[in-house]
Design a protein around this ligand. Structure first.
Ligand SMILES: [Fe+2]
Length: 179
């Protein structure tokens, strides 16, 4: 049994509170994309899926007068910074190993360029996988944040991933990370 599961992270009240804002459907779909990409590119499945599940946990309420002003939101957005911090705190609280919590947190920090000054960032394979997984579920005007998925379905899909990760987890990349 692995240390902290996706299902366990998902059910935590902090995740439930903050994931509602950016959408459970988006979080679950990005986690599934991250699983497949990580598998393909031999990236640590556990780190990639946890970072994907929590990548948008830093979003705040973007409604103004009942409507979402997407442009204004983008201008003021620091969700990757807030999300990295929030995810780290949550993972440590759940008992994640500090080295791994850090890697997940940094992957969340770098999952988007939207808030960064123009510069060339050289992402690690894990960081690339999380960014790419997010982009695979992106819809125009941020519409991917409004797709609906009920909690039960989300939970079952994450449990399915947990089982797959447990089966395939000891990949060479994972062993390397443990050294
Ligand atoms: Fe996202």
């Amino acid at each position: 049994m692995k240390n902290v599961t996706l299902a366990e992270i998902f059910l935590h009240p902090i995740t439930q509170k903050y994931l509602q804002r950016s959408g459970i459907a988006h979080a679950v779909k990005v986690t599934e994309h991250a699983f497949h990409l990580a598998f393909k590119y031999n990236v640590d499945l556990d780190l990639a899926t946890k970072a994907a599940l929590l990548h948008d946990i830093g979003h705040y309420e973007w409604y103004r007068n009942g409507k979402w002003d997407y442009e204004l939101y983008r201008e003021n957005d620091i969700h990757a910074i807030k999300g990295a911090e929030r995810a780290h705190k949550l993972l440590i609280r759940l008992g994640e190993e500090p080295q791994r919590a850090k890697q997940i947190s940094v992957a969340i920090l770098l999952h988007t360029d939207s808030y960064l000054p123009e510069a060339q960032i050289k992402r690690s394979p894990l960081q690339k996988v999380v960014k790419l997984a997010d982009e695979m579920d992106e819809e125009k005007g941020g519409n991917h944040h409004y797709n609906v998925m009920d909690i039960e379905t989300a939970f079952q899909r994450l449990q399915r991933l947990d089982k797959l990760i447990e089966t395939y987890h000891p990949l060479p990349a994972y062993k390397e990370n443990l050294r």
